[in-house]
Design a protein around this ligand. Structure first.
Ligand code: S3P
Length: 447
């Protein structure tokens, strides 16, 4: 989607379900899919990607790397070939990243290392999101950013090239910022060092190694240091993208909260920097089992089964936030069915995602009759019988839409969501997949 979001708003309605059951596959991991396309385009030679997420966010990144000069070919379902030139070239068109914060921030970093000019833009949601967290350190490395409308917000013109490595200490662990700087650092002189207080997802570090680069990762007294020496060349590689744990979370959540259910999601990536939600659910008493553990695409993968469970509220450790930052909306929805309070703090970053997710979850849960307290950087949910029976404003945010639809499956009355089209950014086929598990979701699945 480009700057104007669809005017023809659709509604999906989730009806209270009787037991759900079955085995499904989650779509490819979104974080790895962006990285596979971008690294493939920066590398020299052919990269073959299996399991690529074919969601709108990723299709925008595929178009972007083609505009930067890479050969991009879809060989079959989720099977893509990228032919990299070893460099990005000045594109003829605006790089429109749609709804994708990860796409635009990683692409800005990758492009900043090359001698080119490019204008980056996105949809109305992406235009509201802060970009200086990436552009400020990239500017310190020597890139130039000219804001075309509003300081710190898209659209922006990048002039890249001539970078020098730098050391950057992040106050909040962000994999997007870390990744942007490492990708820029590949084509900078000297070392690029990123320090983070907690470890954020490490897919960029892992994938850089798979493409032939050396990356150092060192523990520090108060965090982690990632070190990359500039001037390294990437060579095309083969990437198998496993299932996205952030997407698997939705059918698994339904399995936990709908009485009598047993839901298995196969091939879920189990990178420990992504599984904070599973750990939290277990602490809440969830019957969650993992079978068939194996390795795929440089990651541990397994089949995850969720059975209906009597959940109890917990205090989520704040230092777990980085490993489950996208999962708090669905955690909040499941916490509505737990006995007692679930306390989620240290999650201020949620306010600058595809929407202000703290505010929208607080509003949506309250509309469904759930006791919820909103804090500047936290959310507290007290579980109990969930009435439902509301129409939820999703602010075009895919995870807000999916979280409320799942909640509706276990509430007393149906829950409807407005503007669910954005589900296609991360989870195309979500509604059909939920229907195969036995869920009754009314409305047209345009995702
Ligand atoms: C992502 C990192 C996270 C996450 C986003 C994907 C990534 O953002 O919320 O959906 O692929 O690097 P931050 O790095 O800003 O926390």
């Amino acid at each position: 989607m480009n700057a104007e979001l669809s005017e023809t708003s659709n509604i999906l309605k989730a009806h209270p379900a009787s037991a759900l059951g079955g085995r499904v596959r989650a779509p490819g991991d979104k974080s790895m899919s962006h990285r596979a396309l971008i690294l493939g385009a920066m590398a020299t030679g052919v990269t073959e990607i299996e399991g690529l997420l074919e969601g709108d966010d990723i299709l925008a990144t595929a178009r972007a790397v083609a505009a930067f000069g890479a050969g991009v070919k879809r060989l079959g379902s989720s099977h893509w070939r990228i032919t990299g030139l070893g460099e990005f070239r000045t594109p003829d068109e605006v790089i429109d990243c749609g709804n994708a914060g990860t796409g635009v921030r990683l692409l800005m970093g990758a492009a900043a290392g090359f001698d080119l000019q490019a204008v980056f833009d996105g949809d109305v949601s992406l235009r509201k999101r802060p970009m200086t967290r990436v552009t400020r350190p990239l500017t310190a490395m020597g890139a130039r950013f000219d804001w075309l409308q509003r300081e710190g917000r898209l659209p922006v013109r990048l002039t890249g090239g001539g970078l020098s490595g730098a050391t950057y200490r992040q106050t909040v662990a962000s994999a997007q910022v870390k990744s942007a700087l490492l990708l820029a650092g590949l084509n900078a002189t000297g070392k690029t060092i990123v320090e983070e207080p907690e470890r954020s997802r490490d897919h960029t570090e892992r994938m850089l190694r798979a493409f032939g680069a050396e990356v150092g990762i060192e523990p520090m007294a108060d965090g982690w240091r990632i070190i990359l020496v500039g001037g390294q060349k990437l060579s095309g590689a083969t990437v198998a993208v496993p299932g996205d744990p952030s997407s698997a979370a939705f059918p698994l959540a339904a399995g936990l909260i709908v009485p009598g259910s047993e839901v298995t999601v196969e091939g879920v990536m189990l990178n420990p920097l992504r599984t904070g939600l599973f750990e939290t659910w277990r602490e809440m008493g969830a019957d969650l089992t993992i079978s068939n553990r194996r390795h795929a695409g440089g990651e541990e993968v397994g089949d995850v089964t969720a059975r209906h469970s009597a959940l109890r509220g917990v205090v989520v450790p704040e230092d777990r936030a980085a490993s489950m930052i996208d999962e708090y909306p669905i955690l909040a929805a499941t916490a509505a069915f737990a006995q007692g309070r679930t306390v989620m703090r240290g999650i201020g970053e949620m306010r600058v995602k595809e929407s202000d997710r703290i505010a929208l979850m607080a509003r949506g849960l309250a509309a469904c009759g759930v006791a919820v307290e909103e804090e500047p950087d936290g959310l507290i949910v007290t579980g109990g019988p969930v009435r439902g029976g509301a129409v939820i404003d999703t602010a075009h945010d895919h995870r807000i839409a999916m979280s409320h639809l799942i909640l509706g499956l276990a509430a007393s009355e149906p829950v409807s969501v407005r503007d669910p089209e954005m589900i296609a950014t991360s989870f195309p086929g979500f509604v059909d997949l939920m229907r195969t598990l036995g869920a009754e979701v009314e409305g047209e699945d345009r995702a």
